[in-house]
Design a protein around this ligand. Sequence first.
Ligand code: B12
Length: 160
Amino acid sequence: MSAKCTTEQFNLLEIMLTGRAAMAVAREAFPGGAIPGTRGTVVIATPQGDVHDLGKNITGMVLTTKRFRVVDCGKDCPVAEMVAAAAREHAFAVLASGLISPVVPLVRQLRGLLRERGLSNVVVVAGGAALRQCTTEALNVNYVARDAFDCVHFLEGLRR
Ligand code: B12
């Protein structure tokens, strides 16, 4: 499963069905979404203008199974809303998924907006086809993840 998600040679339907089944099992095991020993909260969204959300959803599912509490702000989401969610939910990370290049300037705003709210300690991670091609400097983020599993490794380094 993990290899199929990272090699780009995958059956999308198979991934989505497997993910859905895994989440159903997790929900049954932990009613109310209370997974014990959570490693902390992350906010995830696809920024405004971009309606692609399959990769975001997979990333959210993978993080949930790895004991992160995931607050999903959906797709086509204003960056101000992502920052507001981070403040409200006491998130330690904001994750942006970008599949089309017009979201790049929006992602660049995230750290500045977080700083304005006194949330400079919140890390920003970018992922998705359009953002993956950029450097951390170009996006003004803490980390650019190759895929969902690379993101897990990065966040696990922060929250063991
Ligand atoms: C499916 C798809 C759509 C679907 C989206 C359905 C949905 N609910 O998401 C629909 C049909 C709606 C669509 C619409 C459009 N699309 Co489209 N779409 C695709 C397509 C074929 C696949 C994307 C996908 O879902 N891949 C599968 C997922 C699982 O992979 P993934 O997103 O890369 O996610 C993985 C990693 O990247 C990572 N990841 C993803 N997000 C994140 C976030 C974080 C934080 C982390 C850590 C990791 C991570 O984890 C995932 C698993 O490892 C791509 C082409 C391609 N081959 O990529 C074009 C593509 C992205 N689309 C494109 C375009 C242009 C459009 C449209 C503008 C077309 C149009 N003219 O209307 C519109 C967009 C409208 C808008 N405003 O957003 C272009 C973008 C070009 C660019 N660089 O700007 C692409 C690249 C096609 C192309 N070659 O031209 N699209």
